[in-house]
Design a protein around this ligand. Structure first.
Ligand code: ASP
Length: 330
């Protein structure tokens, strides 16, 4: 599958072979990119072979776009941005086109990005017309003296810096409309399609870390509700020499645990491993009643996927190869 995706991108696939997390040697890797495409009730029996292949292909495109930046010596922050854009544009993922509907049958999108070099960050909350919210977050970081814009002002800022705007119904898809109808009918909190988010973390050839996260939020969310995704320290954090984190899950709980910063603080101050720090933050999320997952990378590029949901779309690429996974046991 990866080979065919690469071929369609006009790239040579022969050099790239899958590796497992355990086999990937961090010391020989000059750069590395890790992504997620959302966590939730993702069970093998609920995904057809075609659906699984489509998700894996979507992850592979994202990995390859980010890797193309890193291979050329580009920065981690450019790589995480490049990786999440194709997922924002892919209706399979709950970000950008194909984002979930609010209870008012509209779309309100959140995104954030952080550069570990100087802990500069940018985010937008509740944008309705910006085609690629991650580009708006990046523009906030690079082209304003602020960190976060919300609502009308965020879309206006995106327009001002020349980003592509679309009508709100550009983000509509039948699948998400069906999810909205189902959730409104049942108020089923664990519906497989209720949430999802995409994110990326990376270390570049110079050892810089970065993180990006972007989402449509949760199906049938109240108008104006903002989740963890645009909040630096909740869903996104990057600090050179310490960590990069991007999370996905039930945002209300991730905000209350300040998941991304909590993980980085445990690693920095208590010397915890990426895995232990992530597990401890997710345990706190679970104690409060939430579920979801994180991707975490330490200063050496060692990475972990940690989640307490039934599955998480995820993947990694570095000079030694790539991997993708969806279900819990893979
Ligand atoms: N964290 C997102 C939110 O609460 C949703 C998700 O990641 O599934 O808006």
């Amino acid at each position: 599958m990866f080979r065919s995706v690469l071929a369609s991108l006009g790239l040579a696939a022969a050099l790239i072979t899958p590796v497992s997390a355990q086999e990937a040697p961090t010391e020989t890797s000059e750069w590395r990119l890790v992504i997620h495409g959302g966590a939730g009730v993702i069970l093998r029996e609920n995904l057809s072979e075609e659906q699984e292949a489509a998700y894996r292909a979507g992850l592979e495109v994202a990995l390859e776009r980010g890797a193309a930046v890193l291979r050329e010596g580009g920065s981690a922050v450019d790589a995480v941005q490049a990786a999440v854009i194709p997922m924002e544009n892919n209706p399979l993922f709950n970000a950008g086109f194909g984002a979930v509907f609010t209870a008012a049958a509209e779309h309100e999108l959140d995104a954030s990005i952080m550069d570990g070099r100087d802990r500069n960050a940018g985010s937008v909350a509740g944008v309705r017309y910006t085609k690629n919210p991650i580009l708006a977050a990046r523009a906030v970081m690079d082209q304003s003296e602020h960190v976060m814009f919300a609502g009308k002002g965020a879309d206006a800022f995106a327009a001002q810096v020349g980003l592509e705007l679309v009508n709100n119904d550009f983000f509509d898809t039948d699948r998400r409309r069906r999810s909205l109808e189902k959730v409104l009918k049942s108020r089923e909190r664990t519906d497989a399609d209720r949430h999802g988010t995409v994110g990326a973390i990376a270390v570049d050839a110079e050892g810089n870390l970065a993180a990006a996260t972007t989402t449509g939020g949760m199906t049938a969310k109240a108008a104006g509700r903002v989740g963890d995704t645009p909040l630096i320290g909740a869903a996104t954090y990057a600090q050179n020499g310490v960590c990069a984190v991007s999370s996905t899950g039930h945002g209300e709980y991730f905000i209350r645990v300040a998941v991304a910063k909590t993980i980085c603080a445990e690693m920095e101050l208590a010397g915890a491993s990426a895995k232990d720090a992530a597990q401890s933050a997710l345990d706190q999320v679970a104690e409060l009643g939430g579920d979801g997952g994180v991707i975490v990378m330490d200063a050496d590029g060692h990475y972990e996927y940690v989640f307490n949901s039934a599955g998480m779309y995820r993947g990694m690429i570095d000079p030694n190869g790539f991997e993708t996974a969806i279900f819990e046991a893979e």
